[in-house]
Design a binder for this molecule. Structure first.
Ligand code: HEM
Length: 473
């Protein structure tokens, strides 16, 4: 072999080795799954996720594996948890391209119309379309509700708080929230019906993320039973409503719209599907608002300086109104400090921990591959308490939201973002501000169990219901 042949051979061998190395590296990069652990066989890390508190679950793993992404297995699903502001941005910008919404298996079983054999695009999507399109929850429609929302809140405070020294905040907040929701979504004021629904909704909410163990005594069993009872009750409401509509009574609530709306073939929605959609809406809007109200009372109850600032703002609003005049949209816009206090409450205690998506196609994020069929989980708490975005994160400080100091984009997302952002955001804002307005004008309060434990998995709950002592002005 002459010198030329030898150098060609060496060159060819060298090129082949190089190509093999590059190919191997590329293909291993392609399938490089995020760091993390799938935990135990079958149950994965579900127990840790639910019982060690989802917020701690995420922050511990962000420290251990990566601040951007880690893998886990929860509720039977291989899941990538996408974290931090970049993760939020990526998720909110790729809805229906890389991901679609995913309800846990327990949710699918509790909400029958969420089951995957439904021919509609995605049942949660159609609920979303229904409540977004006719603009029921848009500011123009909400302006119409506002006066009534104010009057109902005043009435309930009168009947449940007046003349009492002590009350439990959480049960009251739930009753108020459900009363408002029943009025505006179902068009009903029936108190007995609402009291019955509160108990059922508590069971449903607790079962939404429970493991599917369907026997007496389990959270899932109770949730399923409660959902059957709620569906029965709602079908009763639908029938009454149809009768009233047939008699020419004019109504404007979401339920009426669902009764008259038809699909592209002119078919009406079946009653059980309407019931399920209304139930979904009530569940989404019930405990989130009640939890925010409850923790708002807790944080403000601990800080008389903040209470006084809210009172000054609310007194100014009253001073500009005629006696007895109900709240208006313009009044809401003036409640800037009060809203900042509510935002700070949701930062420290996000009422909804996070939600899941289903991966539609393989994709890469932060250098890791996430295969089609996996689930993605995101949570507001991957940024909420990070000192890089919120100085002294444990401190309750409503001034953070003042103009100059606004949080950096995608770090504060209690309502989510992008096309899936909570459609009830404005409604929630009005309901909570209306409550705060009426409460501070009449009462000051002190916490009776300031060190009360917070329990609950995806929805934080004060163990004793946040008992308070009331002092009427
Ligand atoms: C303080 C109160 C509330 C908070 C913090 C909150 C938060 C959220 C969050 C984080 C999501 C998930 C978005 C995602 O998956 O990316 C969501 C979805 C949703 N919320 Fe709210 N929410 C609140 C009140 C309400 C109310 C009052 C209603 C109903 C009137 C409501 C209806 C919904 C619905 C229907 C969805 C599902 C949207 C979809 O899948 O596209 N929420 N909410």
């Amino acid at each position: 072999m002459d010198a030329f042949d030898l150098s060609t051979l060496v060159f060819v061998i060298f090129s082949l080795i190089l190509t093999a190395i590059v190919y191997k590296r590329r293909s291993s990069n392609k399938t490089k799954l995020p760091p993390g652990s799938f935990g135990w066989p079958v149950i994965g890390e579900t127990i840790d996720f639910l019982f060690s508190n989802p917020e701690k679950f995420v922050s511990n793993r962000m420290k251990k594996y990566s601040p951007d992404i880690f893998k886990t297995k929860i509720m039977g699903e291989k899941t990538a948890v996408i974290c931090g502001p970049n993760g939020h941005k990526f998720l909110f910008s790729n809805e229906e391209k890389l991901f679609t919404s995913f309800r846990t298996h327990s949710m699918q079983r509790i909400f029958q119309s969420y089951q995957s054999n439904s021919p509609s695009p995605s049942p949660s999507q159609s609920t979303r379309v229904i409540i977004r399109q006719p603009g029921f929850l848009k500011p123009e429609a909400l302006t119409r509700y506002l006066g009534e929302m104010d009057l109902i809140t005043q009435e309930l405070l009168k009947s449940h708080w007046e003349g009492r020294n002590e009350i439990k905040t959480y049960p009251f907040a739930k009753f108020l929230t459900l009363t408002l929701a029943c009025r505006f979504f179902l068009g009903t004021n029936n108190t007995d019906r609402i009291t019955k629904l509160v108990n059922y909704f508590d069971d449903i909410t607790l079962g939404l993320h429970a493991m599917i163990l369907n026997f007496r005594g389990t959270a899932f069993y109770r949730a399923n039973k409660a959902a059957i009872a709620v569906r029965r009750e709602l079908i009763g409401v639908i029938k009454e409503k149809k009768e009233e509509m047939a008699n020419g009574v004019k109504m404007q609530d979401i339920l009426c719209y669902m009764i008259v709306v038809t699909d592209s073939k002119g078919k009406f929605m079946p009653e059980n599907e309407i019931a399920d959609k209304i139930m979904g809406l009530l569940v989404a809007g019930y405990s989130t608002v009640a939890t925010t109200i409850t923790f708002l009372m807790k944080y403000v109850g601990q800080r008389s300086d903040i209470y006084e600032n809210i009172l000054i703002e609310q007194k100014e609003i009253v001073a500009a109104k005629k006696p007895g005049e109900v709240l208006t949209w313009e009044d809401m816009l003036k409640m800037k400090y009060s809203w900042n206090v509510i935002c700070e409450t949701m930062r420290l205690t996000p009422p909804l921990q996070g939600t899941f998506r289903q991966v539609l196609t393989d994709f890469t994020y932060a250098g890791y591959s996430i295969p089609k069929g996996w689930k993605v989980y995101w949570t507001a708490s991957s940024t909420n308490k990070n000192p890089a975005y919120f100085q002294n994160p444990e401190q309750f400080d409503p001034s953070r939201y003042e103009k100059r100091d606004e949080p950096t984009p995608y770090t504060y997302v209690p309502f989510g973002g992008g096309p899936r952002m909570c459609p009830g955001k404005e409604y929630a804002r009005l309901a909570i501000l209306t409550f705060l307005h009426n409460v501070v004008l009449k009462y000051k309060w002190e916490l009776l169990a300031p060190d009360e434990k917070v329990v609950g998995d995806m929805m934080p709950t004060p163990e004793k219901g946040l008992p308070i002592r009331l002092h009427q002005h």
